[in-house]
Design a protein around this ligand. Structure first.
Ligand code: ATP
Ligand code: ZN
Length: 604
């Protein structure tokens, strides 16, 4: 029996031949990436390139099964590739890169073009959006996957035909007003945010200041208090090398600052007043008696003295790092010492503000924005992603392509729906894209040449266009032609940048161009017909006004308005529950309806 015979029995000769000849890219060698790489190798993919920017952490080992303890600190991509070589029965060619997929020098658009399609196994919106955009430029299919706990999703994307990664709005991590964090915390997450983002940074990190306009309060006394607190913290930081630094921190942060807050009567009219830390000889005696083994079980919530002990121990260790020459320390959930500091500071503050204390285990999850990753979900989702890739070898891949979801609380754990059409309001796939080739080393090309080439190439019929380079830098429009005679390098043109071309007369659609360097000639505008500009739609404000008008109309029609109190209460409690979830879910997960009316979860 040939080594491919079983695969052939499953896939069929035709598909197997195509899989053997396929060259694919896998972005991310983490939880999903490791599983997926194993699947793709066992399916006999011809050539697989794996990109991951990270090295292996201890905390990866429970689910990233290609890695072992001895691999900690080694690059994920090459280690994963080396591990699957041991069962690379079909001799897939494997190439690894320890690099950021968004590095335009290492991975220009033309590099992405060598692949038949792309698998995303990433964990953040920025990288996913970037790969999505590269695929839109190249009209290259991709398979997007993600998991959050038991929930997972696989979405095949066919650019400009089906929903792209950005067709649906992603929730950004929840933020809190500075004044809540610094003056009036009421939930454990507020204290975690204060300890991690504010106190740790101010005492051990890079110097950073929040402008009073960003404090999020109009209370002048509170603003004054926060400014002076900021200045005093700088002074405290200068004491970080002194032996009594821990006592100074207790005295300033947990006693004096709280007394100052208590003096702001306004704040406590509707809130319970905090109580400064009791720091007397009886507390000190209790701390004296605590040993390292008393603070070893991170699953428990301990008496407050143990957190003071933990604060003292972590501060001493952080001081040692500074003494050893480290500067600008950073919080890392996997760095026990920085985690201990945050756990201790969080719970001492919670204690003073009458907020329930949390275990080290819970605080690590909140501080690290962690939703526990479940190996089984990763494995199932990777399996579906690998299966979805077989659809790419059918004569019409878009037809019959399915999104797959897993849910813990649904009646069926796995459900599917057909891929849906792209959202015509999507900021990414509602605009056409192309590649603008420029001889960037040509000594004579100026911006005016680019303008002329674009006007001619896209047949605007006028020269009133606006050019935006990169994210948001206007470099040319009818009222701003200062750059017209400037050399491209002086304006910041470089390979890998994106140029947005807008028709100021609103006749043709805005187009986004990827700048690619060429060695000869001057400028090559992509040979594409720009569609007409979409009809201008009512802005959101106008829509809101219209809605208000509709309501007024209903009221003036004397229609009886019936408010169902029960329904209102239910809505309010639902909202409350969602808010609670939000606080822990800083990875993005958002329920929404597909056009087929099926709930699905978008996962970062
Ligand atoms: N811009 C990027 N370029 C290349 N690889 C990336 C990029 N952004 C994220 N990754 C990789 O994607 C992978 C995602 O895997 P996963 O979701 O399991 O995260 P993790 O970092 O391994 O785990 P955790 O966050 O739970 O510690 C990671 O290995 C990460 O290094
Ligand atoms: Zn889109």
């Amino acid at each position: 029996m040939g080594k491919d015979s079983q695969l052939q029995a499953v896939l069929g000769k035709d598909v197997l031949t195509k899989v053997r000849a396929a060259k694919v890219l896998l972005v991310g060698a983490g939880g999903i990436g490791c599983e997926l790489l194993k699947d793709l190798v066992l399916m006999g993919y011809g050539e697989i390139h794996v990109v991951d920017l990270d090295t292996i952490d201890l905390s990866n080992l429970n689910r990233q099964f290609l890695f072992r303890h001895k691999d900690i600190k080694k690059p994920k991509a090459s280690t994963a590739v080396a591990a699957v070589e041991t069962f690379n029965f079909h001799n897939s060619k494997l190439v690894s890169y320890m690099a950021n997929i968004m590095d335009t020098k290492q991975f220009p658009l033309s590099w992405f073009d060598q692949f038949n399609f792309i698998f995303n196994a990433l964990d953040n919106i920025a990288a996913r959006s970037y790969v999505n955009k590269m695929c839109l430029f190249l009209k290259k299919p991709s398979i997007e996957s993600g998991t959050t706990g038991f929930n997972g999703q696989v979405t095949p994307i066919f650019p400009y035909q089906t929903e792209c990664y950005e067709c649906t709005v992603k929730e950004t991590p929840k933020t809190y007003p500075v004044c809540t964090i610094r003056s009036t915390p009421s939930q454990p997450v507020h204290c975690v945010t204060w300890a991690k983002n504010y106190l740790f940074g101010q005492l051990f990190g890079e110097d950073e200041e929040t402008s009073p306009t960003d404090f999020g309060t109009d209370n002048q006394d509170e603003i004054k208090n926060m400014v002076s607190e900021q200045n005093e913290l700088k002074e405290l930081k200068n004491l970080a090398t002194k032996d009594d630094f821990f006592e100074s921190v207790i005295d300033k942060i947990f006693i004096k600052d709280i007394n100052k807050l208590l003096a702001l009567e306004e704040l406590w009219k509707t809130r319970k007043r905090p109580i400064p830390l009791a720091w007397d000889s009886s507390v000190k005696d209790k701390i004296e008696a605590i040993t390292d083994s008393d603070v070893a079980r991170g699953q428990d919530v301990w008496p407050i003295e143990k957190y003071i002990f933990l604060l003292m121990r972590s501060i001493k260790e952080l001081q040692q790092r500074l003494a050893d020459g480290e500067t600008d320390l950073e919080f890392d959930k996997d760095d026990e010492v920085t985690l201990d500091f945050v756990v201790a500071a969080t719970n001492i503050r919670s204690h003073m503000f009458h907020i329930p204390l949390k275990s080290k285990f819970d605080i690590k999850q909140i501080a690290g924005n962690i939703i526990p990753a479940i190996a089984t979900t990763n494995s199932i989702i990777s399996g579906f992603s690998a299966l979805a890739s077989l659809q790419m070898f059918t004569p019409n891949p878009r037809e019959g392509a399915k999104m797959v979801y897993t849910f813990q609380d649904a009646t069926r754990f796995v459900s599917t729906s057909s891929v849906v059409e792209s959202n015509r309001k999507c900021k990414s796939c509602s605009i056409p894209r192309g590649v603008l080739k420029i001889n960037l080393s040509h000594p004579e090309i100026v911006l005016g040449d680019v303008v002329d080439a674009l006007v001619k190439g896209f047949k605007y019929g006028h020269d009133e266009i606006a050019l935006i380079l990169g994210k948001d830098r206007l470099i040319y429009d009818v009222d701003f032609d200062d750059n017209k005679d400037k050399k491209l390098a002086d304006i910041g043109f470089q390979a890998g940048e994106v140029l947005l071309v807008n028709d100021e007369n609103d006749e043709k659609a805005t187009v986004e161009l990827y700048i690619e360097a060429m060695d000869s000639g001057k400028i090559e505008v992509p040979n594409m017909e720009l569609p007409d500009a979409p009809e201008k739609e009512a802005t959101e404000e106008q829509e809101d006004e219209k809605e208000d008008d509709d309501v007024l109309q209903a009221i003036s029609d004397d229609a009886p308005i019936i408010i169902d109190e029960e329904e209102e209460a239910e809505e309010a409690s639902k909202k409350h529950k969602l808010d609670e979830i939000d606080e822990h879910e800083t990875t993005t997960s958002k329920k929404q309806k597909t056009s087929e009316g099926q709930d699905h979860v978008l996962i970062e």
